[in-house]
Design a protein around this ligand. Structure first.
Ligand code: HEC
Length: 122
């Protein structure tokens, strides 16, 4: 997958490293911070104008790619598309994990996300 330098750290492209992407944990942590800063105010508070992002709602998107596509196209509502692609991936990864929709075995990206099928937990 071209990720031969995970041990080197976040975003560090050192000698001989092709690309050091985030680990699953790093991506989720970044997503959590971004979600708190960018999304919670509308989606997780009483009186917020966005609906609660429940597991049922998230699985309705069918794949992690489809959820990403919507969020990147439409959110945050007041300023869609303002975040970096990496940040949108992180938010989606965090949401899927935090809502118990799926346990990611590798960081989300455009290669992996179409294969991540979202199913309701039994
Ligand atoms: C300013 C308030 C606001 C902020 C900030 C915001 N949203 Fe939303 N969100 C909305 C509203 C309003 C809708 C309904 C939009 C519509 O139906 O056109 C929505 C819809 C959504 C939906 C689709 C819900 C469905 O019914 O399928 C998702 C997913 C979502 N937001 C995720 C996010 C994420 C992730 C962030 C942070 C990056 C975010 N939103 C930030 C207000 C907000």
């Amino acid at each position: 997958m071209g990720r031969i330098c995970l041990a080197v750290g976040v975003g560090v492209v050192g000698a001989g490293c092709v690309q050091a992407g985030p680990t699953v944990e790093e991506q989720r942590a970044e997503g959590q911070a971004l979600y708190q800063a960018q999304c919670v105010g509308c989606h997780e508070v009483d009186g917020g104008i966005g609906v609660r992002l429940t597991p049922q709602l998230l699985t309705g998107y069918n794949t992690a790619q489809a959820l990403f596509n919507y969020i990147r196209f439409a959110m945050p509502y007041q300023q869609p598309g303002v975040l970096a692609e990496r940040e949108y991936w992180a938010i989606v990864a965090y949401l899927l994990d935090a809502r118990g929709v799926t346990t990611l075995t590798q960081p989300l990206d455009s290669g992996f996300a179409p294969t991540v099928v979202l199913r309701r937990s039994p």
